[in-house]
Design a protein around this ligand. Structure first.
Ligand code: NAG
Ligand code: NAG
Ligand code: NAG
Ligand code: NAG
Ligand code: NAG
Ligand code: NAG
Ligand code: NAG
Length: 479
């Protein structure tokens, strides 16, 4: 009561002076849950009365040189502050703590000194930024959501390659919670005709379009590998990224252990850490350019079969590629492989590999034939003594390469037939090099180099085996 009386007196004193009426307006945008300053200033002159209103609602008052909370609306309780130390300099700005969506609106700052009265208006707008966009992919459906945004955002879907469906069949819902924050959730019904090897992009844009977040998800075709044969699981960022981090997570299909991050990479430090040290790594030069393909040096059926999830995270974007890998222990026989396999890789890759094969193998081949001429008899070796030649073909957006490796399949056979002057002949180690008379076949993401024809292999196994052996010996002794 005394306060109101005091206020009235202050008014009367001020009314005695000539009132100067200024009208100013400011627009302020603040972030929900953060602190916010509503600006207001006046020409200082002794004592002052300050009243902040939102429409007609009292927000904060100051007179008799102190804050007065008697009339304050409960909504603002404990959240309003003036810069008391600066009031005498003419600063009547209001600090509003932990702003809420409901705080938005038009505020009036009324100041009164003996030089006159002054009104200023502040239009407060609020924003809750997009914090993240999450995506999931299930059977025939991709979903995308973003939570706690203000004002209501928009969500759009695209695919890569572009979908022929025009507008994609989607169910999008936007809901507001009790705080007034919006969440958007969308499911894209992809059915079976758009499932694997399409990347799905979900973009969530703020109402003012100042902020756009993009997430993508791609389920790559399943891959198969043979134990001990190196391979790369491809994962390439859909567009150039700056300052990104990359993680590879793995969940085993042979054990029930939960998914674990097996490798982390950061493009700023160019550093990576791998849980499978020496077993799983990236190519550093490519990784920094957004090719995060994971190299498995020597995959093991039990340890490395499972689901691999590669995730690029950068400012306002997140891209996920999921690949299932099956590492098999029992390779099919070479004979069946040749008959069964009919998919050929691109002409250029074949030409490239063949050129190298011929260039590298010709001298060795000639030497081998000369050597065999002097040898009294050719020996028969088991088919399981084959050398296995693998060419791994990796193509990314920036370059492609072929890595070729050779592995001896059965090092233990025919010990008694070993020639005494060649002690290493039955004990071949996996090595690198090339053999002649092989075909190159495309298998998932790698090329496999195999003996030229099944007929030749069956009719004259001895000869081919012998040749292989000689060249392999040559290579081993070169090591
Ligand atoms: C404040 O925003 C309104 C519309 O939102 C605009 O008409 C006005 O000019 C703005 N005032 C200032 C001072 O920017
Ligand atoms: C009032 O003072 C505060 C704290 O120093 C400052 O942030 C604000 O900009 C000032 N406002 C005006 C209108 O001078
Ligand atoms: C989502 O569906 C609506 C109709 O239900 C359609 O107008 C819109 O284009 C679709 N969105 C996309 C990204 O295809
Ligand atoms: C994709 O599948 C839907 C039903 O799942 C079908 O209506 C549509 O015609 C198919 N589109 C194409 C291009 O095959
Ligand atoms: C990337 O990081 C570097 C150093 O950390 C920084 O200088 C640069 O501004 C960042 N770029 C972007 C686009 O964030
Ligand atoms: C892996 O491949 C083998 C041989 O092709 C097959 O028998 C097995 O079922 C596959 N395992 C999985 C989990 O797909
Ligand atoms: C040779 O390696 C390829 C690819 O790694 C594999 O598919 C094939 O089964 C292997 N051949 C033999 C006989 O192990």
């Amino acid at each position: 009561m005394a306060e109101t009386l005091g206020l009235l007196l202050a008014f009367l004193t001020l009314l005695g002076n000539l009132s100067v009426f200024h009208c100013k307006e400011a627009n302020v945008t603040c972030i929900v849950h953060e602190d916010c300053i509503l600006p207001c200033s006046f020409r200082p002159s002794g004592t002052v009365v300050i009243h902040w209103y939102k429409q007609q609602t009292p927000v904060h008052s100051y007179y008799y040189n102190k804050d007065q909370f008697g009339l304050q609306n409960k909504h603002f309780s404990g959240r309003t502050f003036l810069f008391n130390a600066h009031i005498l300099q003419g600063n009547a700005s209001l600090l509003l703590r932990r702003v809420k969506v409901q705080d938005k609106g038009r505020y009036k700052c009324y100041t009164s000194t003996k030089k006159g009265n002054h009104e200023m208006f502040v239009n407060l707008a609020l924003k809750a930024m997009i914090q993240s966009v999450t995506m999931e992919m299930g059977e025939g459906v991709v979903s995308c959501s973003a939570l706690n945004i203000y004002p209501s955002p928009s969500l759009t879907w695209t695919t890569d390659p572009a979908s022929s469906l025009g507008s994609l069949p989607n169910v999008t819902t936007t809901t507001a919670d009790h705080r007034g924050l919006f969440s958007v959730h969308s499911s894209l019904l992809i059915g079976s005709n758009l499932s694997s090897d399409h990347a799905y992009f979900c973009s969530v844009a703020a109402a003012d379009r100042c902020q756009v977040w993009t997430a993508s998800w791609k389920n790559q075709e399943d891959m198969t590998a043979v134990e001990g044969h190196p391979l790369a699981i491809p994962c390439v960022a859909p567009h150039p990224l700056l300052n990104f981090s990359l993680t590879w997570a793995f969940s085993s299909s042979t054990s029930s252990e939960p998914s674990a991050v097996l490798l982390r990479y950061d493009s700023r430090s160019r550093g990576s850490s791998s849980l499978w040290e020496g077993q799983a790594e990236l190519e550093p030069d490519r990784a920094v350019e957004g090719d995060g393909s994971l190299w498995l040096r020597s995959p093991d059926s039990l340890e490395h079969s499972g689901l691999y999830v590669c995730t690029f995270s950068a400012l306002h974007s997140k891209h996920t590629v999921q690949t299932r890998l099956n590492v098999t222990t029992a390779p099919q026989s070479v004979h069946q492989e040749i008959v069964e396999r009919s998919r050929w890789c691109t002409v250029s890759s074949v030409a490239f590999v063949f050129t190298i094969i011929i260039l590298l193998a010709l001298p060795q081949c000639l030497r081998q034939r000369a050597a065999r001429g002097a040898s009294p008899a050719s020996r028969a070796y088991g088919a399981d003594e084959m050398l296995n030649v693998t060419a791994v073909h990796i193509s990314g957006p920036h370059s492609s390469s072929i890595q070729i490796s050779i592995q001896h399949l059965q090092a233990s056979a025919n010990q008694e037939e070993a020639e005494p002057d060649k002690p290493g002949s039955n004990n071949l180690k996996p090595t690198n090099g090339l053999l002649p008379h092989y075909v190159v076949e495309e298998e998932e993401s790698f090329l496999s180099v195999k003996p030229l024809t099944p007929a030749r292999l069956q009719e004259n196994t001895a000869e081919i085996q012998d040749e292989d052996r000689g060249i392999a010996e040559k290579m081993v002794s070169n090591n």
